[in-house]
Design a protein around this ligand. Sequence first.
Ligand code: AMP
Length: 218
Amino acid sequence: MKKELLFMGPPASGKGTHTTELSKEMNLPHVDTGSLLRAAIKNETEAGKIAKEYVNNGQLVPAQIVARIIKERLLEADCQNGFILDGFPRSVEQADMLQDILKEVDEGRSDVEFIVINFDIDGDILLERIINRESCPACGKIYNRKFTPAKVAGVCDECGAALTQRKDDTKEVAEQRFKTYYAETAPLIEYYEKKGALKPLDARGDKAVVMERLKQLI
Ligand code: AMP
């Protein structure tokens, strides 16, 4: 059975943190558009050059660009047994594009399970999470200076690399990212509900508790 998990939810709702762990446990690649776009920007690819301004302003990168990046990624060999998709789709337009992409990627297969998990959490604490968030560029582990700090400030517990903060994790850009989320992405809750694919996840509380709830759903 090919497991296609799609994680959606507002910025800093815990998608990345839980996916990093689950992806190792289930041996499924974590396909995260935010990271793919940040890599494209860093490598100054054609897509990266266009995406840079949108990402830095907390706005959605044009759908065609993200869809192309996602399609290429989902066609890679390590995605043939499934994947965890995080950060795509982020609009109804992108959800329609994903449907077409999956038709092509899964052509001839009848053993595909598609599940959408919606990380359900109040907006109030998310801004605090974002402005205190830092992550390890080497292993991807995510920390929060206030809620889940590294043992030694600024150093990854797992691999010892220096932690970094995302450029768009400032208060101003984060506020724009929330606006974008509620205007463009939240309508997908109803979109996937209608398709019967949506499973709501109570994403409040302790990381381990949320992880247990998540495992019950998949
Ligand atoms: P994230 O790491 O998921 O918070 O994404 C960081 C930024 O990348 C977003 O604020 C957008 O500018 C851009 N981005 C990520 N995923 C998408 C997407 N599916 N469509 C358009 N832009 C995206």
